[in-house]
Design a protein around this ligand. Structure first.
Ligand code: TRP
Length: 418
């Protein structure tokens, strides 16, 4: 009798955490965090310390923040100081490079699934802009129109059009045109053979079994999805950008992204040494909560959960007043007696993302917790800040012409020599 041969794939280090294991808890309700789903059973949102353990990344602690300040000679961005960028891989290596005046580059991206970008989409780009200004390094921004074609009900042309529309919002964040390349996968693939070559190299090193484990693909997923992860991995290698890096393949990459994108880069880090490439470093952010509360993230497909970058002052005011989940008491009396809960109060959470003034924020936290401030006050502060932010964004975006988009999206040398 011939025994059935069971194939057990040897998986190394960072690939050991499988998506399927991340969603199964022992008796308790676990958070679900993968590139397609982010939900938590708790009103406080995802337990990020647990996530660091499950993903095998490292916490951005006070020591690292201090080192960033020491090395750059600049105060850390509030998104770092307030724990919104909370996790990393190999950030010390990037700081070593910088200290030794050696180059590295930034890579981030956006899946262009809808015209309407919301506040949550802006967070990685606001932080990336700070990184670019602080470290003075090149930035590549991948627009995964191919990904959105595969996952959503979109034609190729529509996905590509959305890539250009979203590029305007990204450009409006203020990235230096001489230091930034934005590229659409659908276009870049045909323009730069080195990109496709890297994709081929990567795909040869990852088995079907492994992507199933990492991304949870099933038998009825189209094979386009299964082939996509190498496309998101390839920009982590400097050889994908021969115009920028003068064909060098040894330049380190730092990827700012939301933590749900980490599976792609665990895979990338696993294949990198076998390609003779460096593993990309990462800094991960938490999710931007939905207006209804931190159990889920802001989602463009649910307009009541989101503040869009196209919303009018009136819409912003109405949405926050109507939907922003309050951590305050049910009645004014109860609120004054027991105080508010900042951990679950959406207006407070949003203020931590967007209010620059540390002292003012801390006073709001104290006074709201004591019950001295009412939810209405927090909402009013937030409405003012967001109306200003969205208006400024709208004005900057209106100045971005198709011609400017084309310049950012043309493969070319940037203002760095290698
Ligand atoms: N997959 C991402 C999304 O759907 C887009 C993306 C591509 C990305 N490359 C990236 C995000 C690198 C962060 C970092 O939004």
């Amino acid at each position: 009798m011939s025994a059935t041969k069971i194939e057990v794939m040897p998986v190394a280090g960072e690939l050991e955490q499988k998506a399927s294991e991340m969603t199964v808890g022992e008796g308790e309700q676990e958070d679900i965090v993968d590139p397609w789903t982010v939900t938590s059973a708790s009103a406080k949102g995802v337990d990020y310390d647990k996530l660091i353990k499950r993903f095998g990344s490292s916490k951005i602690d006070a020591k690292l923040i201090e080192r960033i300040e020491r090395v750059t000679g600049k105060p850390a961005h509030h998104l770092l100081r307030r724990g919104i960028f909370f996790s990393h891989r190999d950030m010390h290596f990037i700081l070593n490079q910088y200290e030794q005046k050696k180059p590295f580059y930034l890579y981030t991206g956006r899946g262009p699934s809808s015209e309407a970008m919301h506040l949550g989409h802006l967070i990685p780009f606001i932080f990336t802009k700070w990184l670019q200004d602080t470290f003075d390094v090149p930035l590549v921004v991948q627009m995964t129109d191919d990904e959105k074609f595969l996952w959503k009900d979109l034609t190729l042309d529509e996905a590509n059009r959305l890539a250009h529309e979203n590029a305007k919002d990204i450009i409006a964040c203020g990235f230096d045109i001489n230091k930034t390349l934005i590229f659409s996968d659908l276009e870049y693939m045909g323009q730069v053979p080195e990109f496709y070559k890297n994709i081929c190299q990567i795909s040869k090193l990852v088995t079907f079994n492994q992507v199933k484990g990492i991304f949870g693909f099933g038998d009825s997923d189209c094979i386009g999805k299964i082939a996509f992860p190498p496309v998101q991995a390839a920009p982590s290698f400097s050889s994908s950008f021969p115009h920028i890096f003068n064909n060098r393949k040894d330049l380190p990459c730092l990827i700012p992204c939301a933590i749900d994108q980490d599976p792609y880069f665990r895979m990338t880090r696993d294949v990198a040494p076998r390609m003779g490439c460096l593993k990309p470093a990462l800094v991960h952010s938490t999710f931007f909560p939905a207006l209804q509360g931190a159990q889920s993230k802001m989602s463009a497909s649910d307009p009541t959960s989101s503040i869009f970058l196209t919303d009018t002052d009136k819409q912003i005011k109405n949405k926050i007043n109507k939907y922003a989940f309050s951590g305050g008491g049910a009645t004014i009396e109860e609120h004054k007696e027991k105080g508010g809960n900042c951990e679950i109060d959406v207006s407070y959470q949003y203020l931590t993302f967007f209010m620059d003034d540390d002292e003012k924020l801390e006073n709001i936290r104290k006074d709201y917790t004591k019950g001295e401030l009412l939810t209405g006050y927090l909402k009013k502060e937030l409405i003012t800040i967001l109306q200003k932010l969205v208006t400024e964004h709208r004005e900057k975006r209106a100045k971005v012409t198709d011609e400017i988009v084309k310049q950012y999206m043309t493969p070319r040398k940037l203002a760095f020599d290698y």
